[in-house]
Design a protein around this ligand. Structure first.
Ligand code: AMP
Length: 180
């Protein structure tokens, strides 16, 4: 699918929900996109193409990142690794606290999630302030792997997450399909 057609398809399937989960936040709801078999497949295929340089593991960030990253891992013949909210993973973890657009939280990854030097693509639905992705990059590196790219469906440009990640992620390694 041509890039412009893909952009228009994906953009048309993301729903703005005003004042959720709290006043002043416009929540980007991807439920219509996930429910549309053509749009969902197009997104998974496009993300899998970005694994073509060779990716060992695809990391999904809880929770919506899981929905996107797992089929991409399958399609790219890579493994899937969940980065989860605190207290959900049963074995020894690395933990990283971070600030959200609405609140703060801690993310964790299993210490044995990667082999040394494995190439990792990180996937999430929305990049807002960048704190979630920044914490995830930190966790992947602490667990001994290399972040070869970060892909998000949608980037909230006005929150400057891209600038926040600039010092940790070289140019060109952060890709988004839609910027608002
Ligand atoms: P941040 O750490 O500020 O970049 O926030 C990104 C994380 O919070 C992602 O996992 C998103 O799923 C979620 N998120 C933040 N803001 C929004 C929003 N406006 N709409 C949907 N999800 C959001």
């Amino acid at each position: 699918m041509a890039a412009q057609d893909l952009y228009e398809l994906l953009d048309s399937r993301i729903r703005d929900v005003a004042d959720w989960p709290k006043p002043g936040v416009v929540f980007k709801d991807i439920s219509p996109l996930l429910a549309d078999p053509v749009a969902f497949a197009a997104l998974v295929d496009a993300l899998a193409e970005r694994c073509e340089g060779g990716v060992d593991k695809v990391v999904g960030i809880e929770a919506r990142g899981f929905i996107l990253a797992a089929p991409v891992a399958y399609r790219a013949q890579a493994g899937f690794v969940p980065v989860r909210k605190q207290g959900k993973l049963p074995c020894a973890t690395f933990a990283q606290s971070y600030e959200l657009e609405y609140g703060s939280a801690t993310l964790e990854v299993h210490q044995d999630a990667f082999e040394p030097g494995e190439r990792v693509l990180v996937i999430d639905d929305v990049l807002a302030t960048g704190g979630t992705v920044e914490a995830t990059i930190d966790l992947v590196r602490r667990a001994g792997a290399e972040v070869v790219g970060v892909n998000v469906l949608l980037e909230l440009g006005f929150l400057d997450g891209r600038a926040r990640l600039a010092s940790t992620l070289p140019d060109g390694k952060l890709e988004s399909f839609i910027v608002v």
